[in-house]
Design a protein around this ligand. Structure first.
Ligand code: ADP
Length: 359
């Protein structure tokens, strides 16, 4: 259809011009000279639209419909003018071929420009992503330095407070209502201690201890760990795992930690049930591990911040789960990204296979 309509229009114009030639008496020489030049319009249009082949084709069509008129009406009465007409036909072909060739060149150029433009767009997007990751890494490493100093300063007095509360508790009668205050104090101290410990692990930046692993097995282990909680929340866990993935050199414990963090977040996003899908596959020499949930997705307004340490939207959240996950994946030369889908979020871990493949 894209070619049919222009071809039809060009053919109709050629036929119309030839009809004018046939219908106009030969004593109107001026009119014939005008008509004869009108053929250039369809020839040029065809060559611009379809390249040199189109130009030659239109010149051929013009000459085939024009020649009978020359032979019948001019050849024997005005031989000189007939010669002029034959020369004009030769020009149709020359113009068709040259304009078509130029048109082809232009098309090739614009296709090349489009391709370069697309490549530039991709490179720009990759660059932006890399800059984002670098900024993130920068933020994390400066935070890590501050953190390890602060953590020690906090944990020591916490230990002292806990000990002191226990001593005070011992002095209370077994049925004293004040024991409840002691219990609250101890629970809160423990909560702070746990948080600080988590942060300490995060700040310590343990180097991955890599060994060849089957990623699908790690996912299976994570599934076992969260199964009870998922059942209790009416969340269905689906494993959509590619078979025959190569063994990859990873720190299995760290990747398990990452997947557990992602899975726990997904469960927390689906308190009233839903679906959690683990997916693995290989694409462009990268191992993809995805977790997909139906928890409504990550609010667009906070999407840029969720990998920052301490960023949380939960009352009792530490805000460390995703930043730890991001950091671990980065230490495996990979990337961790999030994308919202219709009714949930997909977190994607990509790990380059080139350096981690273990056959
Ligand atoms: P925490 O879970 O302690 O809040 P995280 O770093 O794991 O810390 O997550 C940061 C924030 O990212 C969460 O508070 C939540 O708002 C958002 N988030 C993480 N995972 C999901 C998810 N699967 N669906 C929707 N929001 C999520």
């Amino acid at each position: 259809m894209k070619r049919f309509l222009p071809t039809l229009v060009i053919g109709a114009v050629i036929l119309l011009i030839s009809a004018l030639h046939f219908l106009t008496p030969v004593d109107s020489l001026i009119l014939h000279q005008i008509y004869q030049r009108l053929y250039y319009i369809p020839v040029i249009l065809a060559s611009l639209r379809f390249g040199w082949r189109g130009g030659i084709g239109a010149a051929l069509a013009a000459s085939l419909t024009y020649l009978p008129h020359i032979a019948l009406h001019w050849q024997h009465q005005n031989y000189d003018y007939a010669l002029n007409q034959y020369a004009e036909i030769a020009l149709f072909f020359a113009i068709g071929a040259v304009t078509g060739w130029l048109g082809d060149q232009k098309r090739r150029e614009s296709r090349r420009a489009e391709r370069i433009n697309a490549e530039l767009q991709t490179a720009y997007a990759e660059l932006r992503q890399t800059v984002g990751q670098l900024l993130q890494a920068e933020r994390l490493s400066s935070l890590a330095e501050i953190a390890s100093g602060v953590v020690h300063e906090i944990r020591n007095p916490l230990g002292a407070i806990k000990g002191a509360v226990e001593i005070l508790e011992d002095e209370l009668a077994i049925d004293s209502p004040r024991r409840e205050f002691a219990r609250i104090a101890k629970t809160e101290v423990e909560r702070i201690d746990k948080l600080v410990q988590e942060f300490f692990h995060f700040a310590r930046a343990k180097e991955p201890q890599k060994s060849p692993v089957i990623v699908n097995e790690i996912i299976h282990n994570v599934k076992i760990l969260i199964e009870n909680q998922a059942d209790a929340q009416n969340v269905k866990i689906i494993e959509n795992l590619a078979e025959s993935l190569p063994k990859v050199s990873l720190d299995a414990e760290q990747i398990k930690q990452v997947l557990l963090n992602l899975a726990i977040n997904s469960l927390q996003a689906m308190p009233d049930g839903g679906k959690l899908i683990f997916r693995t596959f290989q694409k462009d020499d990268q191992l993809h591990i995805e977790t997909e949930d139906t928890g409504g997705g990550v609010d667009e307004a906070i999407k840029a911040k969720i990998f920052d340490p301490f960023f949380t939207t939960k009352d009792k959240g530490s805000g460390l789960g995703l930043s730890v996950a991001h950091k671990i994946v980065g230490q495996h030369s990979g990337s961790l990204t999030v994308e919202n889908i219709e009714n949930g979020a997909v977190f994607t871990i990509k790990i380059p296979l080139a350096q981690s493949r273990e056959n």
